[in-house]
Design a protein around this ligand. Structure first.
Ligand SMILES: *Cc1c(COP(=O)(O)O)cnc(C)c1O
Length: 384
């Protein structure tokens, strides 16, 4: 009997075989909206119309499920389109959702302002504090526990298996946004989570050239519901976008190795610099989530944040002085980016409990040469 394949092989092959008509090694971009039927209702290969299904998207969806060790994969036009779909599959007016107090700003905006307007209530809570999470759950009313680990931008680590167990005691569906770790470093379903969400725009795509989102679900009934919404509302990924994401995923593992080693080197280099109060990186032994991250993840990731001793002016000056680290939102691409959360990625949560201090800078460490990256941050800081 064939042994189950390992992750690095799955990332290159799952869902993909050569094209049977031409032998093309890479499955083609099926840039088509519709499909000729054999006779009325008699479909060739099950495809009828590309909102309902497209072979290039099927490749990506099969691959996503395999990467997370899940049963069903669904791919979307963006991470938020995926999030909106799973929220609507699980929530009705009057329901309640508990989410981390430092989730991605766009997730909070979607839950609070879009679903909030339809009568869905939410509470934000410190996810690494299990007692606080339990207090926030309203038995019978809370339907979702929304976990993001590592979190953004302070890289807090939450215990997925403990949260899954807690959520399940109250009949709550536990959803993990696995965007920051990627399936190369963390498998939430293996720790008991019910649903994994991704912005494939980030590490999975990996090259800052495509937007996308994903849901990976084990439960057949929930997958069916989410799949129905994907078809009925149409937030699907386009064929070219799905193809680019599949192409990016082939190098996910080797990219993540370099993201991790570069981020670790920069974190260690910057720790103790007089201009910086705190380096937030789970790979540092004094990070409060270090031991948990070691148990839960296969690497500490490519994201880190810095708190500047000189407050907002020092943080802003740094963000505008780096060269290799380009000033832009987003993360997870091969190129390094610097972000000033309080006015960029997290501007939408200003004035809420999710507000990010204005002395924080977030780095998405790319896979360039480590010494060049260290030179770049060093020249952007005041002399030691
Ligand atoms: C970017 C991001 C999202 C949203 O994804 P889009 O593809 O931008 O819609 C959700 N969660 C996290 C953690 C993200 O970084």
């Amino acid at each position: 009997m064939a042994r189950t394949q390992n992750f690095d092989t799955i990332a290159i092959h799952a869902g993909q075989g050569f094209d049977p008509t031409t032998g093309a090694v890479i499955p083609p971009i099926y840039q088509t909206s519709t499909y000729v039927q054999e006779s009325i209702g008699n479909l060739r290969g099950g495809y009828e119309y590309s909102r309902g299904g497209n072979p290039t998207r099927t490749v990506l969806e099969t691959l996503l499920a395999a990467l997370e060790g899940g049963k069903h994969g669904l791919s979307f036009a963006s991470g938020l389109a995926a999030e909106d779909t799973i929220l609507r599959a699980l929530l009705a007016p009057g329901d309640h959702i508990v989410l981390g107090n430092d989730v991605y700003g766009g997730t909070h905006r979607l839950i609070n302002r879009v679903h909030g307007a339809w009568g869905v209530q939410n509470s934000t809570v410190e996810m690494s504090d299990l007692a606080a999470v339990e207090r926030a759950i309203i038995p019978g009313k809370t339907k979702i526990l929304w976990v993001e680990t590592p979190s953004n931008p302070l890289m807090k680590i939450s215990d997925i298996s403990a949260l899954a167990e807690l959520g399940h005691r109250f009949g709550v569906t536990v959803i993990v946004d696995n965007t920051f770790a990627s399936p190369a470093l963390q498998h939430p379903l293996a720790f008991g989570a019910d649903v994994v969400v991704h912005s494939t725009t980030k590490y999975l795509g990996g090259h800052s050239d495509v937007l996308g989102g994903a849901l990976i679900i084990n439960d057949d009934e929930l997958a069916e519901k989410a799949g129905f919404l994907q078809f009925a509302a149409g937030p699907v990924s386009a064929p070219l976008d799905a193809w680019l994401t599949v192409r990016g995923i082939k190098t996910l593992s080797v990219r993540m190795d370099r993201h991790c080693s570069n981020a670790q080197a920069i974190a260690e280099h910057l720790q103790g610099h007089r201009a910086i109060d705190t380096v937030y990186y789970p790979g540092l032994p004094d990070h409060p989530g270090h031991d948990l991250a070691k148990r839960q993840m296969r690497g500490f990731g490519g994201m880190l944040s810095l708190a500047f001793a000189g407050g907002a002016p020092a943080a802003r000056a740094f963000a505008e002085s780096t060269h290799l680290f380009q000033l832009a939102e987003s993360l997870g691409g091969v190129e390094s980016l610097v972000n000033y959360p309080s006015e960029m990625t997290h501007a939408s949560v200003r004035g809420t409990e999710l507000e990010v201090p204005d002395n924080i800078i977030r780095l998405s460490v790319g896979i360039e040469d480590m010494a060049d990256l260290i030179d770049d941050v060093e020249q952007a800081l005041p002399a030691r």
